[in-house]
Design a protein around this ligand. Structure first.
Ligand code: GAL
Length: 849
C-alpha cells in the first residue's frame, strides 16, 4: 500500500465560525481556544519561576521546555522580591523580570504573566511584601482601600514596565495573557460582601490596564466577562468556564508536589500526569500549564510555609538542578507531540463523544474535509479493556488514553512509557583547597569561625513583660528573635526539686532553648501544625540562671483566609519541678533582640567576610551550637550541577560568595509515614499517594548554581544553630549514572517522531527501545540487557525466568560508542521463540560518558 497515513488530513482548510471573539489586539479568544495573529492555538505551557533559578540557567531551562514540546512559559511575578520597601524597586539578578521575558521571546515562545500580585506559590507571605501588612488600616485581599491602593500600584508598575519594553503581544511581545489575583474563589466567602466587591474590582482594575491581551483569574467562579476563569488541580477535564465565551484553560496542572521540612518526598507518576493532560485535551481543553515544569529552588529566605523546603523541585519534568527528569520529561514530550499531530482536528473539527463501554469512551474530532483525530480513554482504575472503534480493536490499559491522530493508528498511550529513564546520583567531591586567595585577608586552606553567644547581644532592642509576636517584631528582616530573661533559684529549692522542666507553648515556628549558655533542647511545629507545646528538661544552678530562647520563623504563611494575621512566637513559658511547683514566666520581664550578631555584622557577605571577628582555626568546632563557619574552596570540577551536602549539619543558613543558598535542615520524616515501594499510577492522585523517603531527611542537598562559583577562592559561609560537623560538608555533583529503556512488544509502533513519514508498512514494524545520551557523551557500557520478562526499575533491573542469553551482545553491538541508538524487538535481534504466548520486554541500562 505505502500510502502516507497522514496524507488524508494534510491539506485541509477549515473555516470556523468564530464565536464571541474577545478583542485584544492580535490575541483574542473564543470558547474553543486562544487565537493568536489570526490562528487558533493549543497552548502547552511550562511554569518556570524566574527567581527560583539564576539568569545563567534561564536560556537552558526555557530551551529544554521548548524541546519538551511547550510553546508557552508561565511565571508569577514576585512582589516582595521587587518592592523591597514602598517605592523601592529591585529588578536585578534573579529578579530581572524583563530579561526573563525577553529570554522567552528570544526562544520564540509565548509568555503567561501571572501578576497576582498575591500569588501563594509556597513563596514567603504569598509574595506580598511584609511591610504592606503594617500600612495603617490594611487588610489583604478584600474591599479595603489601602490594599487596593498598593495592589493596583504594583500591578500598574509591572504592566507599565512590560509596556515600556514592548513585551505584550499587542505590542509585538511574547505575553499573551496575564493573571490578576490567585485562587480567590476559595476565600471570597470568608470576606463576605467585601470579598465579592473586591473580586469584581480586581477584574475591572486589571481590564483598565489596557494591556491589549486577555486577563485570567484562576479558581474564581464569578469572574466577569471578558476576564477568563481558569482551572487549577490534578485533573481539569471536567472543568467548564463560567462564560460561554471563554476557552477551557488549565492554569495549574501539578505534575508533582512541594515538600516541607520533615515530610516525605512526593512523586506523581508520569502515566497519571499524561492521562490527566490527554483527558483535558480530549474534553475540549485548549491550554495546559504545568505548575511546575521547573520548580527550582527557594533561595535565601524566600520559602514560605512555614517549613517549605529550600528545594522546590516539585517532581517536575525538569528537576531542581535543570536536568530533564526522565522518563517524565520524555513521556510528556511525546504526549505534546501526539497532541500537536491532532491540533488541526482538535481546533477546527467538531467533537463527537461515543461510549465504548462503562468508563470507556471515545472523543472524535472530525470535519467535512475528512480530518479526523480520536482520543480513546479508559477511566477505570483497575481493569484493562479491549475496545472496538471504527471496526478496529484497541487494547486500552486501565487509567489510560490512546491518541489516534488519524482516527486509526495509535501514536501514543499515556500508560505505555517508551521514553528512556535515568538514575541520577549525587556524587560527592572533596572540598578542593583554594589555590589562590582573592584577598590577602582571606586565608586559603583554613577554616575561620565566629562563635555567637546565646542570648541578647549588645543592648536589648526592648524589654517588656510577657511575649510579643515574632513577625510583628522582626518584620521579617531575619528569621531570628532572642527572648531572654533570668531566673533566680534558691539553693534549697534546687535540693527539694525533681529535675526542672521548661514548658513552652508557641504559635511556631521553631526554637532553641539555652540555659546558662548551654543548649538544652529544641522544638518546632511542622508543615501541617505550626504551633508547638513542649516540655524540655533543663539544668539549672543555684543563683541566677540565664534563660535564652532563640525563637524563629521558618518561612511565612503563604495563603488562606486572613493569612497575614497568622502570628508566630511564644505564648507561654513555665518551669516545672522547682521546689515541686510551677514557676510561671509568662508574666515576667523579658529582653528582646532582633536577629543574630553575625547577621548584624554581615558576616556572610561583602566587608563582613573580612571582619576581624572571624578567627582562623585548623580544627573548626563540631557539634557546637550558634557557630558561624567560613571556608575557602575551589569550584567543583566539570560542568555538572552542584548541591551542598548538609547531612552532617543541624539547622541553619548557608551562603556562597555572599549569594544566599538558603535554609538547610536535614530534618527527617517519620519512618512510620506512608511511603510506597511501588506506585500504582492508576486512580486519582493526591500528594501523599506515591511518596518515598520515609525516615530520611526531607532535604539533604542544597542547590548551588554553577554561576555563583569563581575559578578559585570561593567563600562558603554557614551559620549553624544547633550543632553539626562542618568538616563533613561536601559539594556533590548531580549526574545521571545510567540511562534505561524498557519497552514491551505491544508498545505503539509508530512514534510521534516518525508519524509524518509513517506508512502502512512501518505500522507493522516492531516496538523499538531507544537510548539517547546527553550532549557530548556516548554509550560507554551496557550495564544490563534482557529480552524476555525482566523486572525492576532503572538501576535495579533483574532477569526473569525467560531471558534471551544474547541480549547483552546484541545491544552492545547496536549501541556501544554511539550517542543514541534504537533497538528493534525483532526476530533479527532476539530469539522470539522464547516465552511465546506472553508479552515480552526488552530492558536495557546504559552508561553515557
Ligand atoms: C495553588 C496555588 C499555587 C501553589 C499551588 C501548590 O493552590 O495557586 O500558587 O501554591 O497551589 O503548589
Amino acid at each position: 500500500m505505502g500510502m502516507s497515513l497522514i496524507s488524508v488530513h494534510c491539506f485541509v482548510l477549515v473555516l470556523v465560525l468564530q464565536l464571541a471573539v474577545g478583542n485584544a489586539g492580535n490575541v483574542s479568544f473564543d470558547t474553543r481556544s486562544f487565537i493568536i495573529d489570526g490562528q487558533r492555538k493549543l497552548l502547552i505551557s511550562a511554569a518556570i519561576h524566574y527567581p527560583r533559578s539564576v539568569p545563567a540557567m534561564w536560556p537552558g531551562l526555557i530551551q529544554l521546555a521548548k524541546e519538551g514540546g511547550a510553546n508557552v512559559i508561565e511565571s508569577y511575578v514576585f512582589w516582595n522580591g521587587h518592592e523591597l520597601s514602598p517605592d523601592n524597586y529591585y529588578f536585578g539578578g534573579r529578579y530581572d523580570l524583563v530579561k526573563f521575558v525577553k529570554t522567552v521571546q528570544q526562544a520564540g515562545m509565548y509568555m503567561i504573566l501571572r501578576i497576582g500580585p498575591f500569588v501563594a506559590a509556597e513563596w514567603t507571605y504569598g509574595g506580598v511584601p511584609v511591610w504592606v501588612h503594617y500600612v495603617s488600616g490594611m487588610e489583604f485581599r478584600t474591599d479595603n482601600e489601602p490594599w487596593k491602593h498598593y495592589m493596583k500600584k504594583f500591578t500598574t508598575y509591572i504592566v507599565n514596565l512590560m509596556k515600556k519594553e514592548k513585551l505584550f503581544a499587542s505590542q509585538g511581545g511574547p505575553i499573551i495573557m496575564s493573571q490578576i489575583e490567585n485562587e480567590y474563589g476559595y476565600y471570597e466567602g470568608y470576606y463576605g460582601d467585601g470579598g465579592k466587591r473586591y473580586a469584581k474590582w480586581a477584574a475591572e482594575m486589571a481590564l483598565s490596564q489596557n494591556t491589549g491581551v486577555p486577563w485570567i483569574m484562576c479558581q474564581q467562579w464569578d469572574t466577569p466577562d471578558p476576564v477568563i476563569n481558569t482551572c487549577n488541580g490534578f485533573y481539569c477535564h471536567d472543568f467548564t468556564p463560567i462564560s460561554p465565551h471563554s476557552p477551557k484553560i488549565w492554569t495549574e496542572n501539578w505534575p508533582g508536589w512541594f515538600k516541607t521540612f520533615g515530610s516525605m518526598d512526593p512523586h506523581r507518576p508520569v502515566e497519571d500526569v499524561s492521562f490527566a493532560v490527554a483527558r483535558f485535551f480530549q474534553k475540549g481543553g485548549s491550554g495546559n500549564n504545568y505548575y511546575m515544569y521547573h520548580g527550582g529552588t527557594n533561595f535565601g529566605r524566600t520559602a514560605g510555609g512555614p517549613f517549605i523546603t529550600t528545594s522546590y523541585d516539585y517532581d517536575a519534568p525538569i528537576d531542581e538542578y535543570g536536568l530533564p527528569r526522565l522518563p517524565k520529561w520524555g513521556h510528556l514530550k511525546e504526549l505534546h507531540g501526539a497532541i500537536k499531530l491532532c491540533e488541526n482536528a482538535l481546533l477546527h473539527g467538531k467533537r463527537t463523544n461515543l461510549s465504548l463501554g462503562p468508563l470507556l469512551e471515545a472523543d472524535v474530532y472530525t470535519d467535512s474535509s475528512g480530518l479526523c483525530a480520536a482520543f480513546l480513554s479508559n477511566s477505570d482504575n483497575k481493569t484493562d479493556s479491549v475496545v472496538k472503534f471504527r471496526n478496529m480493536t484497541y487494547h486500552l490499559p486501565a487509567w489510560s488514553v490512546s491518541i489516534l491522530p488519524d482516527c486509526k493508528n495509535v501514536v501514543y498511550n499515556t500508560a505505555k512509557v517508551g521514553s528512556q529513564t535515568s538514575v541520577v546520583d549525587m556524587v560527592p567531591e572533596d572540598f578542593q583547597p583554594s589555590v589562590v586567595s582573592p584577598d590577602e585577608d582571606l586565608k586559603a586552606l583554613q577554616w575561620e569561625v565566629f562563635l555567637e553567644k546565646p542570648g541578647t547581644w549588645g543592648y536589648p532592642d526592648f524589654n517588656i513583660t510577657g511575649f510579643v509576636d515574632n513577625i510583628n517584631t522582626t518584620k521579617d528582616i531575619t528569621d531570628y528573635l532572642w527572648v531572654t530573661t533570668s531566673v533566680y533559684v534558691d539553693e534549697k529549692f534546687l535540693k527539694n526539686s525533681s529535675s526542672p522542666v521548661l514548658l513552652v507553648k508557641s504559635k511556631g515556628h521553631a526554637m532553641h532553648v539555652f540555659v546558662n549558655q548551654k543548649l538544652q533542647g529544641s522544638a518546632s511545629g511542622n508543615g501541617t501544625v505550626f504551633p508547638f507545646d513542649v516540655k524540655i528538661p533543663i539544668t539549672m544552678k543555684a543563683g541566677n540562671n540565664e534563660i535564652a530562647l532563640l525563637t524563629m520563623t521558618v518561612g511565612l504563611p503563604t495563603a488562606g483566609p486572613g493569612y497575614e494575621w497568622i502570628g508566630s512566637g511564644l505564648t507561654s513559658v513555665e518551669i516545672q519541678g522547682l521546689n515541686n511547683k510551677i514557676l510561671n514566666l509568662t508574666e515576667v520581664s523579658w529582653d528582646y533582640k532582633v536577629g543574630l550578631l553575625g547577621e548584624f555584622l554581615d558576616l556572610y557577605k561583602g566587608e563582613g567576610l573580612k571582619s576581624t571577628k572571624w578567627v582562623s582555626t585548623a580544627n573548626p568546632p563540631k557539634q557546637r551550637p550558634l557557630t558561624w563557619y567560613k571556608v575557602l574552596v575551589d569550584h567543583p570540577s566539570g560542568n555538572d550541577p552542584v548541591g551542598l551536602d548538609m547531612i552532617h549539619m543541624g539547622k541553619g543558613l548557608a551562603w556562597l560568595n555572599g549569594e544566599e543558598i538558603g535554609r538547610y535542615w536535614p530534618r527527617k520524616s517519620s519512618k512510620h509515614d506512608a511511603c510506597v515501594d511501588h506506585c500504582d499510577y492508576r486512580g486519582s492522585f493526591s500528594p501523599n499517594k506515591c511518596s518515598t523517603g520515609c525516615g530520611e531527611p526531607t532535604q539533604r542537598w542544597y542547590h548551588v548554581p554553577r554561576s555563583w562559583f569563581k575559578p578559585s577562592g570561593n567563600v562558603l559561609v554557614i551559620f549553624e544553630e544547633s550543632g553539626g560537623d562542618p568538616t563533613q560538608i561536601r559539594f556533590s555533583k548531580r549526574r545521571a549514572a545510567g540511562f534505561c529503556s524498557l519497552v514491551s512488544e505491544d508498545h505503539p509502533t509508530i512514534s510521534v517522531e516518525s508519524w509524518t513519514t509513517a506508512t502502512e508498512e512501518t505500522h507493522d514494524k516492531k516496538a523499538t527501545a531507544q537510548l539517547h545520551c546527553p550532549s557530548n557523551t556516548r554509550i560507554s557500557a551496557i550495564k544490563f540487557a534482557s529480552f524476555g520478562n525482566p523486572s525492576g526499575a532503572c538501576g535495579s533491573f533483574s532477569q526473569g525466568n525467560c531471558h534471551d542469553p544474547n541480549s547483552a551482545s546484541v545491544v552492545e553491538k547496536i549501541c556501544l560508542n554511539r550517542s543514541k541508538c534504537s533497538i528493534e524487538l525483532s526476530e533479527e535481534n532476539f530469539d522470539l521463540s522464547s516465552c511465546s504466548g506472553t508479552i515480552r520486554r526488552l530492558a536495557v541500562e546504559a552508561v553515557c560518558s
